[in-house]
Design a binder for this molecule. Structure first.
Ligand SMILES: *[C@@H]1O[C@H](CO)[C@@H](O)[C@H](O)[C@H]1NC(C)=O
Ligand SMILES: *[C@@H]1O[C@H](CO)[C@@H](O)[C@H](O)[C@H]1NC(C)=O
Ligand SMILES: *[C@@H]1O[C@H](CO)[C@@H](O)[C@H](O)[C@H]1NC(C)=O
Ligand SMILES: *[C@@H]1O[C@H](CO)[C@@H](O)[C@H](O)[C@H]1NC(C)=O
Length: 507
């Protein structure tokens, strides 16, 4: 009885404290921001000299029959950047992660620089800086210039290394006095697998398959080739930055991956090994070269001669070439061993990995929502720290999906952000080297998986309004209160507490 009473008392005492989440629980140099990418928000696709990227081509050809729409207008940030930066400043956002459209800056991918492109990014960067908002810039977010795709197959060819480095050189030269955080490639692993193995996303290359009708490609070889060229392009760019710019620009250069949370389906040794194998294929593919200068042994074994190899010189160049790693985190999966696929003759990437996966769901949420699994993310970050060292991590993307037409009172997003941000207090105390957190996305953007049907934005963009009016969702208000260290509106606090039980009983 006494203990029961004590417990009750503790619950009463602890519960309200659990929700006094505030920015000052984080170090001052931990940065809180929001993300977008060029094609998803800029619009002005055919203006001021910009030429198409492979993503424009994919969208105009019908987005692989998955949804309709394109980024021709998107949120029109190209014309509305001042208004958008004002919204960021009003909510006390500390950083904005955006990407540069390569084909806006250098329309043919190589050669002539477009002065209008330089001017736009200068304007945006200056506007951010004048409001005290740090620009974090990604160089490529899926949108390779179509000209390079047509000319030599883009990432499939080694020629991309030289062109990418030259493009980055222009960016460092023009913007590096103000931009201190550079990410070369966004979601390199997803780009390689979904663009070149499955063929679901641009540039839609794959072996003939029943799922997607690719007109070109080879799923047995190209994902590995493309990833290899991404590693070499990054390494070459990092060498350039360090030699020519870092000394006086004092910035950092990193890379971005999208890991999944992975749990073994059963606790059998085979499923355990399959989970580690998938982690090696999906993350070690890039992190082993960055950390040790070579691919994981299991990849060499299962992929054989289809896996490119590094010369000693390349290995030295790739090793240690990231100052930080950006992580985009959304979904988690159970992993089951499936070695039978290793018998296939013309195996693709998934068959080389020899696993079967099943998405981890959460009871009581709608099918659009992303399960809230901060514990799985923490486990993932600890395992990455053990495997690849304690390099600085930026959570570059994390966010909740709701239908585009759902209410501005976006409770699922508020709860999602609250739970993840709260979990980083523990994560930092446990020694994880997390340096920043960016909500995906600042605005309702053109999504690669769902177009305009579903959205992740803190701000709603009214597509029926010719001015594409932005409206703050509740999540924008919540994030702003958090950043301004204001006490939470009791209405919000009560609602989060009401849902605590549901949230803590996941799966
Ligand atoms: C920013 O905040 C100011 C002061 O609260 C307000 O007058 C202004 O309308 C806000 N601007 C935007 C774009 O929300
Ligand atoms: C892919 O490349 C491999 C190795 O060169 C070759 O054996 C295979 O036939 C190719 N597959 C397709 C679909 O072109
Ligand atoms: C692929 O092509 C086949 C035959 O033309 C067609 O039946 C199928 O619907 C196509 N699949 C996709 C995903 O477009
Ligand atoms: C939102 O759109 C979906 C799909 O078009 C529709 O089924 C649903 O009724 C709409 N909801 C609202 C609140 O308008």
């Amino acid at each position: 009885m006494f203990f029961a009473l004590m417990q009750l008392l503790l619950v009463i005492l602890i519960l309200p404290c659990a929700h006094t989440l505030s920015r000052d629980q984080f170090p001052p140099d931990f940065v809180f921001g929001a993300s977008t990418s060029a094609y998803q928000v800029e619009g002005a696709a055919n203006e001021d000299g910009r030429k198409p990227s492979v993503w424009d081509t994919f969208s105009h050809a019908g987005n692989g029959n998955m949804y309709s729409g394109d980024g021709d207008v998107a949120c029109d940030q190209y014309h509305k950047y001042k208004e958008d930066v004002q919204l960021m400043a009003n909510m006390s956002l500390e950083a904005y992660r955006f990407s540069i459209s390569w084909s806006r800056l250098i329309p043919d991918g190589s050669g002539q620089v477009n002065p209008k492109g330089v001017q736009y990014y200068n304007n945006l960067i200056n506007e951010l800086i004048s409001h005290g908002i740090q620009p974090h810039v990604t160089l490529i977010h899926w949108d390779l210039p179509q000209t390079l795709e047509d000319e030599y197959g883009g990432w499939v060819s080694r020629r991309i290394v030289k062109d990418f480095t030259a493009y980055a050189d222009v960016c460092f030269r023009e913007f590096g006095d103000r931009v201190k955080y550079w990410t070369t490639v966004n979601e390199a692993n997803v780009y390689a697998v979904f663009g070149y193995d499955i063929g679901m996303f641009p540039p839609q290359r794959c072996s003939p398959s029943s799922l997607f009708n690719c007109s070109r490609g080879n799923s047995s070889t190209e994902p590995y080739l493309v990833a290899h060229h991404m590693l070499l392009a990054h390494a070459s760019t990092a060498r350039l930055y360090r030699k020519k710019y870092q000394g006086f620009q004092n910035g950092f250069i990193g890379f971005n991956l999208l890991p999944f949370g992975l749990l073994p389906k059963t606790d059998t040794i085979n499923d355990l090994k399959a989970t580690l194998r998938m982690q090696d294929f999906y993350i070690g593919w890039f992190m082993k070269p960055f950390t040790f200068g070579d691919y994981p042994d299991i990849m060499k074994k299962n992929v054989g001669s289809r896996l490119p190899s590094f010369t000693q010189k390349e290995s030295n160049l790739v090793k240690g070439s990231i100052d930080f790693l950006g992580i985009n985190f959304y979904y988690s999966f159970y992993v089951k061993n499936k070695v039978s696929t290793l018998q296939e003759k013309n195996r693709d990437y998934w068959e080389d990995m020899a696993v079967e996966i099943e998405r981890i769901n959460q009871k009581g949420i709608s099918k659009d929502e992303v399960p809230v699994t901060p514990k799985i993310l923490q486990g993932l970050l600890h395992s990455m720290k053990n495997a690849y060292g304690n390099i600085p991590i930026y959570i570059h993307e994390n966010g909740q999906q709701t239908p585009q037409n759902s209410s501005l009172d976006d409770w699922p997003r508020v709860k999602f952000l609250h739970k993840y941000i709260e979990s980083f207090v523990d994560a930092l105390r446990d020694g994880l080297n997390i340096k920043g957190y960016f909500v995906w996305s600042f605005l309702d953007a053109f999504e690669l998986i769902r177009g305009y049907e579903a959205s992740f934005g803190l701000y709603y963009v009214d597509k029926s309004d010719p001015n594409l009016r932005r409206q703050a969702k509740l999540s924008a208000e919540w994030y702003s209160n958090f950043l301004k260290m204001k006490p939470m509106d009791p209405k919000i606090t009560r609602e989060i507490e009401k849902n605590e039980l549901v949230l803590s009983h996941k799966k």
